[in-house]
Write a protein of this length. Structure first.
Length: 534
């Protein structure tokens, strides 16, 4: 705006007045030239007629001219020009230089007569030029002053209604950007763009303030969540450390039994009965050690891949009878009663993964035996529903043991978790049994349900939907069917040659004894190179 004002001032106060002065002076000179031509004729005529009254008449004519011209007659007949006459006579001009000086605007015209030759100079005083110029330029000055007043008023309105609101809105926006939401922006009852901007900023303030409160709430919630997860992770790490220490203990226990039994066998080689007893101890310890290692390997493998199920034809009652016999051995040396209620499964012929279901039941029954000191452990299997294609069975393992604390009930089945930790726990185990059970049941489309009361016992149950099996018309038993399947799938190994590559002499001795029992021809190689050569 200042630049615009300067340009307008330059145009109206300098350029236009100077332009008008030049134009006015040129116009005046043209007018004077016309008058000089006319008056020169009058002067020459009066001189040739030697009629001075004509010049007096010219003097009167000039006195009535509102333009107030001044006429000078200059005699140029002599070598030095001199003033011959001046009209009106009241005008005092002493020298020719004064005529063409800054006081007058002049135009001349030469003439020739019988008396003298000369020049008629017609002049207007420059004051008249300035007066005429002022009468023209004062309108420009007034216009400029009016424009300046308009600009001041416009600038005031612009500052009050546009610039200041925009500056305040910009400061308010900066404060919002710096997350300072306590500032206030006065509400404007305006329908223009400024009003829309202010309304939007006020709405943005409310939104950001609300969002900031929500972010703070979420941040505090996140801090609490992080603290909870950190505590859970700490507990998990502690449980894993305890699990690692416990597994080391569990692995050493059967190993000590095996080593001690072998040492005793070496010392009692002369007594076959004692050696056989020690061999049985070593075998049971080896089986326990193998079971523990299998649990660890299964759990580790299932952490990264799905459980693979291998179903096979099964006489369910016979399968459960085998489970009953195996489990009953766990209760031989205790007063705890073991009960198997499996009669509903008679004549139930299904397709199922015997190894995995057996693993599930043995884990649950082993846990029940471990945590029960008196009373009984019950395995109950019943039919929930039956169709032409599937039969759904309910498996229940109940005990009268120590039960599970309600605080620990939700965590039962988590990897590495046991209600009591440390090497001096009353009960041994790795804490992976129920986790493996849950993993296996999940792969079968089922889940483990647990209900327990502290010092009253626990109940574990799950259901499985197993596909019914079509049998031959002679109603052959499951045992005979399994035997048939085994006979059909059992390879004839006696005609085969086996190559065994192993650098351990101990493993070579064991493999030789096993292959000799099977009647297989065995070739040994102590290195890969020798094996490739063979």
């Amino acid at each position: 705006m200042v630049t615009f004002t300067v340009l307008v001032a330059l145009l109206m106060l300098y350029v236009l007045p100077n332009r008008q002065a030049a134009v006015l002076e040129a116009s005046m000179r043209g007018e004077l030239a016309s008058l000089a031509a006319a008056y020169s004729i009058s002067v020459r005529s009066a001189l040739e007629q030697q009629d001075l009254s004509a010049l007096e008449e010219l003097n009167k004519q000039i006195s009535f001219d509102r333009r107030n011209p001044v006429i000078a007659v200059i005699n140029t007949s002599d070598d030095i020009p001199e003033i011959f006459a001046v009209f009106p006579a009241s005008e005092e001009i002493e020298a020719i230089d004064e005529i063409f000086g800054p006081k007058y605007v002049a135009a001349d015209r030469t003439f020739e007569s019988d008396i003298i030759d000369g020049r008629v100079v017609v002049m207007f005083k420059r004051e008249a030029l300035d007066d005429r110029l002022w009468s023209l330029t004062q309108l420009l000055y007034f216009s400029f002053a009016f424009i300046c007043l308009l600009q001041v008023a416009f600038a005031r309105q612009l500052s009050t209604h546009i610039l200041m609101p925009i500056i305040k809105a910009a400061g308010f926006s900066d404060a919002l950007g710096e997350r300072r939401y306590s500032g206030k922006l006065r509400r404007e009852n305006r329908q223009d763009e400024i009003g829309t901007l202010i309304t939007s900023l006020r709405r943005l303030q409310v939104t950001l303030r609300s969002q900031d409160r929500e972010n703070r709430r979420l941040f505090l919630s996140l801090e609490d969540t992080v603290a909870e997860r950190t505590a859970e992770l700490t507990k998990a790490l502690e449980a894993k450390d305890a699990f690692t220490a416990n597994v080391s203990h569990e692995l050493r226990t059967p190993l000590h039994s095996i080593i001690a039994s072998l040492d005793l066998m070496a010392d009692s080689a002369a007594n076959p009965k004692e050696a056989k007893n020690y061999l049985g101890i070593a075998r049971r310890a080896s089986q326990a050690l193998l079971l523990l290692i299998n649990e660890l390997l299964d759990f580790q493998r299932w952490e990264h891949e799905k459980v693979t199920l291998l179903t096979e034809p099964t006489e369910l009652y016979d399968f459960l009878s085998d489970i009953e016999k195996t489990t009953a051995m766990l209760f031989d040396d205790s007063a705890i009663r073991f009960v198997a209620e499996i009669d509903e499964t008679r004549n139930a012929r299904v397709m199922m993964d015997q190894q995995r279901i057996g693993q599930i039941l043995m884990n649950l029954l082993g846990n029940a035996r471990k945590f029960t000191r008196e009373g009984e452990v019950v395995l109950a299997v019943s039919v929930l529903s039956r169709t032409d294609f599937y039969t759904e069975f309910l498996f229940v393992v109940a005990d009268t043991g120590i039960g599970i604390d309600a605080d620990h009930l939700e965590r039962v089945g988590e990897p590495y978790f046991q209600a009591g930790d440390g090497l001096n726990r009353k009960f041994s185990g790795t804490g992976l049994g129920l986790s493996i059970v849950r993993k296996l049941l999940d792969s079968m489309g089922s889940k483990l349900n647990i209900s327990s009361e502290l010092d009253r016992g626990s109940v574990f149950d799950f259901s499985l939907k197993l596909r019914n099996l079509e049998w031959d018309s002679d109603n052959q038993t499951g045992a005979s069917l399994q035997e048939t399947v085994l006979q059909e799938t059992k390879p004839n190994v006696s005609s085969l040659d086996f190559l065994y590559v192993e650098d351990s002499e101990t493993n070579q001795l064991v493999m030789s004894a096993m292959m000799e029992r099977l009647g297989v021809k065995l070739t040994m190689a102590s290195s890969a190179k020798v094996g490739f050569d063979i």
